[in-house]
Design a protein around this ligand. Structure first.
Ligand code: PLP
Length: 375
């Protein structure tokens, strides 16, 4: 039996989203920029999807810029804002690579300072510390609402309010938080917010950047001037429609009880396991833990052989496995960081899945210990 427990990587498309996608692909096949009836029809369908996102975030329709996903939304925002402002760029040290690597590359290119904001041992930024590091000269601040590896949720309202008072653009990567916890664009006083369809049961390759009216964004995706000149290129109508359909249907609320039960059983079976971010507010579906003296990638591969698709916290770059930068930022030792696994549940999972995973992990661990000659 195969079990998919990697919803933070990508959540399978929901039936309502698939249906909406198919209908839009067939019925809105014109180019929304065309002036004839087919173009107008496509435009209407696209604008309806835009309105759903706008309602969700309590913004006007013009605030929604459809993109090819979370990575593009982050790139669009960071490059677009930095093109308009001087000064240092501030991001948290646990950002997703689509913010971390983009900020690093842009700051290097533009020879501006990059400030990496520290997180505590639970993986959270300290709002007071962040506010102490920014001033009116800061180019922009970008902090994720929830971390993709640990699921740890940041408290952003004070940072947003402080940025607003200074006139410093504030970007929130809400890709992982969307659909799992309430996301309030206006509540965190964000100027920009990134989101992605395939994390909420939409189709891969669709996302959006929400832009507050009046904040400046330099266009760098030149072409036909679509999305109000902010993101040229013919829009992915079916993707946008599926995103809208999924957004109102996805539901991870039952995952909290399941995840907590899973961790309780896991820790009873293997008391030396370290659960990362357990003391912080976390996404309901995420459990990120280390199995001491085991290699996370090996565990992942063994679990894969047993039919369990799970995530690991390490990134593979040029064949060399690096321990998770998120865990390193949390002060976790390299050996422990290398032994991490991420489980991310979805609405379809039951206690049986959680218990089967614990049993498989126990078996795999014993097998690997035996192979290493550990009694
Ligand atoms: C926090 C966060 N930001 C951005 C992204 C990138 O989104 P996409 O896969 O749509 O490019 C991800 C994807 O895992 C993510 O978790």
């Amino acid at each position: 039996m195969q079990r998919y427990l990697d919803h933070n990587a990508s959540s399978p498309i929901l039936p309502c989203a698939l249906k909406a996608w198919q209908e839009a692909a067939v019925n809105a096949s014109g180019n929304p920029s065309s002036m004839h009836w087919a173009g107008r029809q496509a435009r209407r369908v696209l604008d309806d999807a835009r309105d759903v996102l706008a309602d969700y975030f309590s913004v006007e329709s013009g605030a929604v810029v459809f993109t090819s996903g979370g990575t593009e939304a982050n790139n669009l925002c960071l490059a677009g804002v930095l093109g308009k402002r001087t000064g240092a760029m501030c991001i948290s040290s646990t950002e997703h690579p689509s913010v971390l690597n983009t900020a690093t590359a842009l700051c290097k290119q533009q020879q501006r300072p990059l400030v990496l904001l520290k997180v505590n041992q639970h993986g959270q930024i300290d709002p007071d510390d962040v506010c102490a590091q920014i001033n009116a000269e800061t180019a922009m601040v970008s902090i994720m609402l929830a971390n993709n590896e640990s699921g740890v949720v940041n408290s952003l309202a004070d940072v947003g309010a402080y940025c607003r008072s200074l006139g410093v653009p504030f970007h929130v990567d809400a890709v992982q938080a969307l659909g799992k916890i309430p996301v309030s664009f206006n509540g965190v006083k964000a100027d920009f917010l990134s989101c992605s369809a395939h994390k909420v049961g939409g189709a891969k390759g669709t996302g959006a950047l929400i832009q507050r009216r009046g904040v400046l964004l330099e266009t760098w995706m030149h072409g036909g001037g679509q999305e109000r000149k902010r993101r040229s290129g013919t829009e992915n109508i079916a993707g946008a429609v599926a995103f809208a359909a999924a957004l109102n249907q996805c539901d991870f609320s039952a995952c909290t009880a399941l995840r907590d039960h899973f961790e309780q059983v896991l820790l009873t079976a293997m008391p030396d396991i370290v659960v990362h971010g357990a003391a912080a507010t976390r996404l309901p579906n995420t459990s990120f833990f280390s199995v001491p003296n085991m290699d996370g990638e090996t565990l992942l591969m063994q679990l894969d052989l047993a039919g369990f698709a799970v995530g690991s916290g390490s990134a593979c770059s040029s064949g060399k496995r690096e321990p998770s930068h998120v865990l390193r930022a949390m002060g976790v030792s390299n050996p422990l960081a290398r032994s991490s696994l991420r489980i991310s549940f979805g609405a379809e999972h039951t206690t049986e899945d959680a218990l089967a995973l614990v049993a498989a992990l126990l078996r795999v661990r014993r097998l690997l210990q035996k192979m290493a000659g550990i009694p």
